[in-house]
Ligand binder design. Structure first.
Ligand code: PHE
Ligand code: ZN
Length: 862
């Protein structure tokens, strides 16, 4: 393992400003794999070309590789290494360089490069995994045409897949067989993939907008075939959607997806051969929740959309990662919004942004959407690159409007097709097609931190005066910030008549402060601002509880309506934490109004009546007191449960016997049913546990079963709780994806003994760190359970650090992603902060720490 560093030697920092064009191009590559889990032989033939007048050797990246031989134009040359890399001295401007290495996929626990998972062999190359397979200039701006030949044991690996189109296959003696695939589209090495396994496909054909036939296949183990229909359907829907909404047509004759059980991320967009974490493919009502169904469709769409935003146009260097990820997330969000309720989708996306990106932007790991430096690029697959990046695209779409935005994306796809581009290239297309100057807007790419807007509205005679100001907080390495361009949608409503007092306006706040005057305002106005979450900012207003309650009932923008309710809940909870004297009346009334409004979509109602999470409440406070926050939130939940008990019961009862149907209406019914069950339990009703257990036992789908399990796991009803936990385990003991839910639900419990329970679960025979989904289901979930993780004893911190150190030895990439909860020490009291720091220090001082963990832990100490 070449990647292991002791903390004492400083790992190398890669900087954006150091970008240089590659010295050598590799227009063609042929790869020959003799596949075997224990020892795979890889022969690579690279047709290389000197890219300019220089006399530098060809340096091929390697990671843990040893070349058994190197040939230049057919002649063997001595092997020369520079650390992990291979140096080849070349005299001319074009040569054929051939290398041979041997690798051991079954010993690859990092799951980068070629590895074994449940009997199959597969690859993961983004960002720098290809160098673990063969020597190559492993950077996204070196594009090559690939020809791949695989040979393997036919019984163990009857299916052999790679990028592009199949061009031949055949049997060999000794039980082996071969297959060859050619990909006509030049691509960077991170998009290379191969899969070998005993797999079956759910197949379909798709006819593109220009009448071309594409063979689709979703490849899984035989027993999972029936669980691939939803994913296949989502693939066809997203292919059509990209044609209709972005004019993008698929370009190969084949599109394959393979589901893999051991996978570091969600999925990977390899050209023509997407590889997926099986959790984002497999679904049926018995094993997948509505959330899973939605996530599967979103990830299938996301990876498919990368074929244009990522593959046809890729990134010049990894600092440009958001060029493909931010844009592609924006595209998959648009797709999902079009499949059901756009309002609910926006609410979910903003909730996700606030749960993951805002804390990142406010902590020690804050970085710009286009970072300036990194130690390990794997650490930069973050909520900032993905989700804030998507918000940045969304703001440009808002500023340009739909027609110009479409013209701008057309221009981008045309201008940069077949190239490795930059974020700057994208913005330039927005400017050129949009006829607008985005000079100041570009700060969204360079400045980290969540901007804060203060808005105060005053009525003076027949006018209203809105005063706005903005600040961007300091972040690591960026103490001083310039003002941003903030597109804010706003509207005023009359607090007496409830009528809108003006049309919706889009203003662009560019200065530190600004004032807007509204004429002819006949009645006291209420401000609806940042409608649709038009800018990813925090807005502080002088709106009263009455104003917020009013908007939660009358605003015509569903997001703003949800937001007003959230703000009212947050204000109420923060006040009750700080004053200790709760006043729940305004929230109780507002929730009643929402619950009893027959015009509202049940899915929306269910989102709107949910309280903000413990950690989001904590994010509002300079000093987080997890126990006080939990107590305040539980008290409000109890009051809401009691005051509206009859409403929750009738909402629950009304849909209790629904049969499963995956449709927006079906999902909405299950959502309100489970939210209601939660409030019935919060009320302290004596029959709550029985009601939950009855739902658990009677439900015909995982959404309702896991919903009931979640309620019981947090309950003090010992008997019903144990019954459900045991029954769930027994029923799903042989389904890894569902067992993940069993671990996760328990790690998210709000019970007092959760920290101990999680320690015990880590010793459960079904727990393993070797599978990333399983590790995340327990350790990742525990890290976001604010109260349990911050147990005042510090045992949660110690537990996390122990687990991360163990996981780092197997899989540094997955370990490092689970560290951030420990880095939030500045927000906690001195006792907790000292304990958190002590664990970070222990991690940094550990010999043999990976550079992934070193970067995350050392930055978290600053
Ligand atoms: N590029 C993948 C995606 O967003 C994410 C990924 C990164 C997967 C690195 C694996 C490794 O779509
Ligand atoms: Zn992506």
């Amino acid at each position: 393992m070449a990647d292991i560093h002791s903390a004492a030697e400083a790992p190398r920092i890669t900087r954006r400003e150091d970008y240089r064009e590659p010295d050598w191009r590799v227009p063609e590559i042929e790869l020959d794999f003799q596949l075997d889990p224990a020892a795979t032989r890889v022969v690579a033939r690279l047709w290389v070309q000197r890219s300019s007048e220089h006399d530098r050797p060809l340096v091929l990246d390697g990671d843990g590789l040893t070349a058994s031989r190197v040939r230049v134009d057919g002649v063997e040359v001595p092997v020369e290494m520079d650390g992990p890399n291979l140096v080849v001295r070349l005299s001319g401007s074009a040569h054929l360089v051939e290398t041979e290495v041997e690798i051991a996929p079954e010993r690859n626990t990092q799951l980068q490069g070629l590895y074994a998972s449940n009997g199959m062999l597969c690859t993961q190359c983004e960002a720098e995994g290809f160098r673990r397979i063969t020597f190559f200039p492993d950077r996204p701006d070196v594009l090559s045409r690939y020809k791949v030949r695989m040979t393997a044991d036919k019984a163990r690996f009857p299916v052999l897949l790679s990028n592009g189109d199949p061009v031949g296959s055949g049997a060999l003696d000794d039980g082996r067989h071969w297959a060859e695939w050619h990909d006509p589209f030049p691509k960077p090495s991170y998009l290379f993939a191969l899969v070998a396994g005993d797999l079956v496909a759910n197949r379909s054909t798709f006819t593109t907008m220009n009448g071309r036939e594409v063979q689709l296949g979703i490849w899984v183990r035989a027993g999972d075939l029936e669980r691939t229909h939803h994913a296949l359907n989502a693939l066809e829907t997203s292919m059509r959607w990209d044609e209709q909404v972005y004019g993008r047509e698929y370009d190969l004759d084949v599109f394959n997806i393979v589901a893999v059980d051991d996978f570091n991320f969600g999925a990977m967009e390899n050209k023509g051969l997407n590889v997926f974490n099986s959790r984002y493919i497999l679904a049926d009502p018995d094993i997948a929740t509505d959330y899973d169904y939605d996530a599967i469709a979103a990830v299938v769409a996301h990876e498919y959309f990368h074929n244009w935003s990522g593959n046809r146009i890729t990134c010049r260097d990894w600092f440009q990662l958001s060029l493909k990820e931010g844009f592609t997330v924006f595209r998959d969000q648009g797709f999902s919004a079009d499949q059901g309720s756009a309002a609910v989708k926006r609410i979910e996306d903003v909730r996700g942004l606030r749960a993951s990106q805002f804390p990142e932007d406010a902590g020690p790991l804050a970085h710009p959407v286009r970072p300036d430096s990194y130690i390990e690029i794997s650490n930069f697959y973050t909520a900032t690159i993905y989700n804030k990046g998507a918000e940045v695209i969304r703001m440009m779409a808002t500023i340009l409007g739909p027609e110009k935005f479409r013209a701008a994306t057309d221009l981008y796809f045309e201008r940069f097709d077949g190239t490795a581009a930059t974020c700057e290239d994208f913005v330039r297309c927005m400017e050129d097609a949009g006829g607008t100057d985005l000079t100041q807007f570009r700060r969204w790419y360079s400045q980290a931190g969540t901007p804060r807007v203060t808005a105060s509205l005053k009525q003076e005679g027949g006018r209203a005066r809105l005063t706005l100001s903005q600040t961007v907080p300091p972040t690591p390495g960026q103490p001083d910030k310039q003002p941003m361009v903030l597109p804010l949608k706003l509207r005023l409503f009359g607090s007496v008549t409830g009528r809108p007092l003006c049309d919706e306006q889009l203003i662009q706040l560019r200065d530190p402060t600004a004032e807007i005057v509204f004429e002819s305002i006949p009645e006291p106005p209420v401000l609806s601002i940042n409608r649709g979450f038009s800018a990813p900012v925090v807005v502080d207003t002088n709106r009263s509880a009455r104003d917020l309650a009013f908007l939660s009932a009358h605003d015509d923008d569903p997001f703003a309506r949800y937001e007003a309710m959230q703000q009212l809940m947050l204000d109420t909870l923060v006040a009750s934490v700080t004053s200790g004297r709760p006043d729940h009346d305004a929230v109780i009334d507002a929730v009643r109004n929402t619950l009893t409004d027959p015009a509202l979509d049940p899915a929306f109602v269910a989102e709107a009546v949910l309280l903000p999470s413990d950690s989001f409440i904590g994010d509002q406070m300079a000093l987080v007191d997890p126990d006080a926050i939990f107590a305040a939130r539980e008290a409000l939940r109890r009051d809401l449960g009691r005051e509206h008990e009859a409403l929750w019961r009738s909402a629950h009862e009304a849909v209790r016997n629904n049969r499963f149907e995956y449709s927006p209406a079906g999902k909405g019914a299950r959502r309100i049913k489970n939210v209601s069950l939660g409030y019935i339990a919060a009320s302290g009703a004596r029959d709550a546990a029985d009601l939950a257990l009855a739902q658990f036992e009677a439900s015909d789908n995982m959404t309702d079963r896991q919903g009931a399990l979640g309620v019981l796991v947090s309950s003090t009803a010992t008997e019903q709780r144990a019954t459900a936990i045991d029954a769930f385990y027994r029923r799903y003991a042989d389904n890894a994806l569902v067992l993940d839910k069993w671990f996760q639900t328990q790690a998210l419990s709000s019970r007092d003994d959760t920290a101990q329970a999680v320690e015990a679960l880590a010793a459960h025979p079904a727990f393993t760190l070797a599978n990333p989904n399983r590790a995340r289901s327990l350790i990742g979930a525990f890290g976001v359970n604010q109260r349990a993780f911050h147990d005042v004893s510090g045992r949660g911190y110690r537990f996390l650090a122990d687990q991360l150190l163990a996981l780092d030895k197997l899989n540094p990439q997955t370990a490092a992603k689970l560290l951030p909860p420990l880095g939030r020490w500045k927000r906690f009291d001195a006792g907790r902060a000292a304990k958190m720091r002590a664990e970070l220090e222990r991690i940094v001082a550990t010999p043999g720490l990976s550079k992934d963990m070193f970067e995350q832990a050392s930055k978290s100490l600053d």
